[in-house]
Write a protein that binds this ligand. Structure first.
Ligand SMILES: Cc1cc2nc3c(=O)[nH]c(=O)nc-3n(C[C@H](O)[C@H](O)[C@H](O)COP(=O)(O)OP(=O)(O)OC[C@H]3O[C@@H](n4cnc5c(N)ncnc54)[C@H](O)[C@@H]3O)c2cc1C
Length: 847
């Protein structure tokens, strides 16, 4: 065995082999994969081998499309067959709510360049005649689905990697990982030590054990999963003979079952509600090429539905039941990327759909290692999206919830209930007990979403349409816009940057110039390619001390970036303040009057101006106050240590009695920011957009000394942005956008969809499969030109609003009738608003 390699990949499942292949393909050929047994010795060998491109997160869907599109190339390169069966697939809906879900999915696919189609149950039955169409009301046809041979595919990655120069070592377990002071990893195996610059954890079922070797507890858990294979069925043979085609794959949403043809019978699997974790605390090293004991009782309820929906199955014998474990993260997406706090230790774990996602995971990880950037928007699968609250027990509860809901609809206003409450602020009891708040979770923290009337239970009625929160959120917005409102804002990320080099360092990291002492600045952060990777409010508290606020869910992600760019001389320190700083947002025309009763300082507009920062006592509590508000109104953010939050809140409520101060929640805050066309991180601002595309140009100071991404941003400014963030007003009555809806425009011209994503849907020679000749992005004169990023109802301006991206050339006011936005399958007239519908000149927030 070689004793040195640039990279050691631990684990020879489909994911490890894909990482190895992509590293070698990117030119890193001094790479070595170490496998404790034979290749595919974890989950990979007993997978059902299904693949598809659909995913709730469009960015993950894009990487699934890449994976599927890779297989033919891989076969050619390796000479190893993957036994690809590109059959296409249908998703079946049994009621109108699930049809809404299919319409939304279809609309999302238009933005991704995928040619899905809504079809009738009988059209679906013509492709899968074992189903009884009377149980269904409609279906979604996806031509890019199928199945393959899991073992052949894993070996195809391995052989292709070896052809490019990579090394694979079998039957050798990695037992320990240590790191030298210079960063070199010592990968200690049963048969010697390999010194490596980088280590990749692709340990699959043992990923937690490999993580623990470096002191990291990865939030993942293996679940038992069963599928069964039937004896031969004459119906299958008859269909194949009559059509010359294989039956398509089927996902039965109401039955929560997936099924497809397997040889001359069928394969049927289910994600059962009564699901079962496997090896909850640790995975035994001696577990080998084994299956688990089947437990048909556990999946009996699903089978009963299956026999009703697919009657032919009732009379066929079961040839084999497969029960095997595979791993999930709490939200079901992979854990990929560099692990914060370690150098050159990479995660490629919790890949629950290795044959849909393995290629994409390998691609982005290789890009990240070789180029320093994943090259795609991978936040949905970034290992950094979880925080310290994801303990073993938390992960266990969330993974079980996720597994049991695998085929359930997640409504846009639906808050999941497992493992709650995890983190609370000192106001939790007041909010829930005294204020009847409906709570949601942001990054582990309970946060008030809206306040229900005392006559009803504080609970969302989940829906794709406007729901029971609509009028209450409207009340909260009106109270704030007309008088004054208060809201909790503990769910921001907060950092403190100190040291003699702090200002220079921040000037290098962020695109705006740093503020003077006592002032605030809004500052985007760019990567080397000039794309948006962060957006912060920065306060200069002293010459060598800055406070920074950003998106809560990105805080590990951002700390990892900050740490990567800190110099070793200790001249700058960055500290994540987490739950050590909590706060209240006070907003509305009377907010100054309320604040003035709580402070001894002069907070008049002349003394405490818009974008000022002060450290002062508020209601006797040591506080930092920002004169800024995400509502876009006159307002303040008041930050205190948690011990003061309760007394501060009670004092604010008492001081605002005369103005009839109202509590408002996150939903009202987000509605108000829409009225002001403020973007949000993760929706409008993501690493697929440049700062000018995102409408952030006034915060990007190209004239200041070098900062990360400046050259690329200057290029974007010179050439003009390809895309533009816009705000649209939509004619709709009972449903607003949720995000990812297509924006249609009339006539010919540019479409953002064609160029924005890099990876389009894979195109195949379908070998006789009836792929409909549709272009889902065109309809007569109309074409899909862009997509919605977020939206909702603007209760003060009384408009249904959406933000989204369209080609730069179209982002001008073109009047009524030029645009449409597709909401739940219906295209609604929309118009671009040239300026924010609320307070366009900023008089309210500055006044
Ligand atoms: C019943 C069932 C059906 C499934 N159906 C599908 C499907 O239809 N489609 C789909 O896409 N996915 C399916 N999956 C999931 C799929 O199997 C996984 O997504 C995939 O196998 C994960 O691959 P991996 O490489 O991450 O992990 P694994 O396959 O678990 O591979 C990890 C490898 O790492 C090795 N290893 C671990 N620790 C060490 C160490 N310390 N030293 C050396 N080697 C080590 C192990 O021996 C193992 O070979 C199914 C899974 C199951 C159980």
């Amino acid at each position: 065995m070689k004793t040195e390699a640039r990279v050691v990949v631990i684990g020879g499942g489909v994911v490890g082999c894909s990482v190895l292949y992509h590293l070698a393909k990117a030119g890193w050929t001094d790479v070595m994969l170490i496998e404790r047994s034979e290749l595919t010795s974890g989950s990979s060998w007993h997978a059902a081998g299904g693949f598809h491109t659909l995913n709730g997160d469009p960015n993950v869907a894009r990487l699934q499309a890449y994976t599927v599109g890779l297989y033919q190339e891989l076969e050619a390169l390796s000479g190893q067959s993957c036994s690809l069966h590109l059959t296409g697939g249908v998703m079946l809906a049994g009621d109108e709510t699930r049809m809404d879900f299919l319409r939304l999915t279809h609309a999302k696919c238009r933005c991704l360049g995928m040619d899905t189609e809504i079809i009738t149950p009988s059209e679906a039955a013509a492709m899968f005649p074992l189903m009884d169409p009377s149980h269904f009301v409609g279906a979604l046809w996806d031509p890019v689905e199928g199945h393959l041979d899991p073992s052949g595919t894993t070996h195809a990655y391995a052989k292709a990697a070896q052809k490019l120069g990579a090394t694979i070592v079998l039957r050798n377990r990695v037992v320990e990982l240590t790191q030298d002071p210079d960063g070199t990893w010592n990968v200690v195996t049963e048969h010697g030590t390999v010194r490596a610059e980088h280590v990749v954890n692709a340990g699959g079922l043992w990923a937690r054990e490999v993580g623990r070797m470096v002191g990291v507890e990865l939030p993942l858990l293996a679940m038992e999963h069963m599928y069964l294979l039937t004896e031969a069925m004459p119906e299958v043979a008859a269909f194949n003979a009559a059509t010359g085609r294989e039956m398509v794959g089927v996902l039965d949403l109401p039955g929560e079952i997936y099924t497809r043809q397997e040889r001359d019978g069928v394969l049927l699997g289910t994600y059962e509600k009564a699901c079962k974790p496997w090896s909850e605390l640790s995975t035994p090293w001696e577990f080998g090429h084994e299956l688990l004991q089947p437990d048909l009782d556990r999946i009996a309820p699903s089978l009963e539905v299956g026999f009703r929906h697919f009657p032919a199955l009732e009379n066929v014998g079961i040839k084999q039941v497969i029960n095997g474990p595979f791993t999930f993260a709490p939200d079901g997406n992979p854990l990929v990327g560099p692990v914060q706090g370690l150098t050159n230790f990479w995660s490629a774990c919790a890949v629950m759909a290795g044959f849909s996602q393995g290629g994409g995971v390998g691609l982005v990880l290789a890009n990240w290692m070789v180029d320093g950037d994943p090259g795609h928007d991978v936040f949905g699968m970034d290992v950094a999206r979880f925080g310290e609250w994801t303990s073993l027990r938390h992960t266990n509860a969330k993974v079980r919830e996720n597994y049991s809901r695998r085929f359930s609809i997640r409504f846009p206003n639906e808050e999941l209930t497992a493992a709650r409450p995890a983190q609370t602020t000192p106001l939790y009891d007041i909010m829930t007990r005294d204020n009847n708040a409906v709570m949601g979770v942001t990054w582990g923290l309970e946060t008030p979403l809206w306040f229900a009337p005392w006559t009803s239970e504080p609970k969302d009625v989940v829906s794709f349409h406007r729901s029971n929160d609509f009028s209450q959120v409207g009340e909260e917005v009106r109270a704030t816009r007309e008088r004054v409102g208060v809201t909790e804002i503990a769910n921001f990320a907060k950092y403190e940057v100190t040291g003699p080099g702090a200002e220079d360092w921040l000037n290098h990291m962020l695109a705006n110039v740093m503020p003077r002492v006592g002032r605030l600045a809004l500052a985007p952060m760019l990567n080397d390619a000039g794309k948006l990777i962060g957006d912060f409010t920065v306060a200069k508290a002293a010459e060598d001390r800055f406070l920074i606020w950003g998106s809560s869910a990105a805080q590990i992600h951002h700390m990892r970036w900050f740490e990567r760019h800190l110099s070793a001389d200790g001249s700058v320190r960055v500290e994540r303040l987490g739950m050590r700083l909590m706060g209240l947002g006070l907003a509305g025309p009377q907010s100054r009057a309320v604040l003035s009763r709580l402070v001894d300082a002069d907070v008049s507009n002349a003394a405490f101006r818009f974008m000022d920062f002060r450290e002062m006592e508020v209601a006797g509590c040591p506080a930092m106050v920002n004169r800024i508000s995400y509502t876009g109104d006159l307002g303040y953010e008041i930050w205190v240590e948690p011990a003061y939050l309760r007394s501060l809140y009670l004092a604010v409520k008492a001081a605002g009695e005369a103005e009839d101060i109202a509590d408002f929640g996150m939903r009202a805050l987000l509605s108000m920011r829409l009225e002001k066309s403020f973007p949000t991180w993760f929706a409008e601002l993501r690493p697929i957009y440049g700062p000018i595309e995102g409408g952030m140009e006034r915060f990007v100071k190209l004239g200041k000394p070098a900062f990360i991404g400046r050259e690329a941003a200057a290029r974007e400014a010179a050439e003009g942005p390809r895309l533009r963030r816009v705000t649209l007003a939509i004619d709709t009555e009972d449903a607003d956008v949720m995000g990812d809806e297509p924006i249609w425009a009339r006539g010919t011209g540019p479409s953002a969809v064609a160029e924005a994503h890099g990876i389009g849907a894979p195109r195949f020679d379908a070998g006789g499969v009836a792929i409909p000749a549709v272009d889902a992005r065109r309809d007569g004169d109309w074409r899909v030109v862009g997509w919605v990023t977020s939206g909702g109802y603007g209760h003060h301006v009384r408009m249904s609003l959406a933000q989204g991206y369209v080609p730069g050339a179209l982002a001008v006011e073109v009047g009524d009738g030029a645009f449409e936005v597709e909401i739940l399958g219906r295209r609604r007239a929309a118009r671009i608003l040239p300026e924010p519908p609320f307070d366009p000149d900023g008089a309210r927030m500055r006044g």
